[in-house]
Write a protein that binds this ligand. Sequence first.
Ligand code: NAP
Length: 297
Amino acid sequence: MKVVITGAGGMLGQDLAAAADAVHHEVKGFTREQLDITDELAVRRAFEEELPAVVINCAAYTDVDGAETDRELAFAINGEGAGFVAAAAAAFGAKVVQISTDYVFDGLKGEPYVENDKTDAHSVYGASKLAGEKAVIEANPRHLIVRTSWLFGLGGKNFVETMLGLAEDQKELLVVHDQVGCPTYTRHLAEAIVELIDFERLGVMHLVASGHCSWFEFAREIFRQSQLDVSVLSGTTEMLGRPAPRPAYSVLETSRDDAPELPRWDHGLHGYLIARADAAGSSSQALQAIDANGALS
Ligand SMILES: NC(=O)c1ccc[n+]([C@@H]2O[C@H](COP(=O)([O-])OP(=O)(O)OC[C@H]3O[C@@H](n4cnc5c(N)ncnc54)[C@H](OP(=O)(O)O)[C@@H]3O)[C@@H](O)[C@H]2O)c1
């Protein structure tokens, strides 16, 4: 099957291209330089030439704090651009997979969000992604909107890298305990999405790692599995004073029985740490020796 990926140079885009290629789909990935999704005509021309069966849109404005002051660009890419991708896919007979986020919710529910829970984005980023969901639904009836959260993977900046980078010269780190979510390994997510595109699974679907934790617990597990002696201090969101509001409780759950189940978040972390050690050419034996099953619940 011919699969086109937009935003293919990003963290999830790279893993999706690899996962689709691994099961012998014909993959054409467009980086931002190769295809800007805010250019409606360019998107149509690209899809007319490629004639994909499926388009997966990973292109996004993902700077959550930056979006607070860069509202227009965030909406142009995450809202309108997503609509252009979905419409061009429809014009040439393709279904579209749109990647969305837990930020479409207010984070106040206190229990896991399922697909048909009421959306109410509090940040500009979240509002722009919600605009994208609506644009995609209007433009292409054959859409699958995948909401996911707290991504980490080899191809981009992420929380694990931030923690490991800080640990190089700090032995004490303050990390918030009052935001809870589902850290999700992009390789696991990519494999699940590739599994889904073989079927006509449409609508909205929540796809995140199993289990949940706070950023504080996530940081502690990163250092435990990496065998680094760093003490993690528990802080609050208010103490950090970031420009964009974050959903406090953004655990996603699926109410669909046709959704694949992803491995646990701490198993994802384990896989990621091995993959990054392999990528760096260093031995992953020490990590492999750790029993990831004994990690956080
Ligand atoms: N990261 C997370 O924790 C997270 C959580 C939930 C949902 N998501 C969603 O998952 C998807 C993938 O995110 P990611 O983490 O892989 O982000 P990422 O690494 O920032 O990837 C996004 C890619 O989109 C590209 N891009 C930006 N504007 C574009 C445009 N106008 N046209 C074409 N490409 C453009 C970026 O290029 P440049 O780098 O050159 O700008 C980047 O390569 C996004 O839809 C995001 O909203 C992410």
